[in-house]
Design a protein around this ligand. Structure first.
Ligand SMILES: [Zn+2]
Length: 177
């Protein structure tokens, strides 16, 4: 097939144009790298679970570590929030995730802080068959720290009793929603 000179030169121009475009795209990609690094940092910030076991040992006191990371239980009637009825928000002692509102706290008499409800999506439930009992363990949905257990002998309307270690929580009066 015979190509006339005008067509040939416009073909070369298109090629030059395309290569220039390609080089610009590669350069643009190079410029976006710092942004993707920022995204990575944000993901880390939202994921305190990335902490290693030695991180937790450094951050937490031995008693906090025993309960939050080793699924221990504080002695009944000894916790600082058992008889605590101020208005505010209870947060996970491991990561600061808001887990309970004081409105749901009630006197259960069981020896540990009790709540009839948790804040939406703040906790996770897992079947726990240790200690010869069929219980449901409650952990923080953000950092997976052990908080306590939930039982179905609570007050209406939920009928639930979240039985939580004081050590697993930090109370914040200002954070009242
Ligand atoms: Zn947490």
């Amino acid at each position: 097939m015979k190509i006339c000179p005008i067509q040939k030169s416009s073909g070369i121009l298109i090629l030059v144009f395309l290569s220039f475009n390609l080089i610009s795209q590669i350069q643009a990609q190079g410029k976006t790298i710092p942004d993707s690094k920022l995204n990575l940092n944000e993901q880390k910030k939202d994921n305190p679970m990335k902490r290693t076991d030695s991180d937790w040992k450094r951050i937490l006191s031995p008693e906090e570590y025993r309960i939050l990371r080793d699924k221990g239980t504080e002695r009944a009637f000894t916790g600082k929030y058992d008889g605590h009825f101020e208005e505010g928000t209870y947060k996970c002692a491991g990561c600061g995730n808001k887990i309970f509102d004081s409105e749901s706290k009630y006197r259960s008499g069981c020896g540990w802080p009790a709540f009839s409800d948790a804040l939406p999506e703040s906790v996770a439930e897992t079947k726990d068959n240790t200690m010869g009992m069929a219980r449901v363990e409650i952990t923080c949905s953000k950092c997976e720290s052990h908080l306590g257990h939930v039982f179905n002998d609570g007050p209406n309307p939920t009928g639930l009793r979240y039985c939580i270690n004081s050590v697993s929580m930090d109370f914040n009066q200002e954070e009242k929603k």
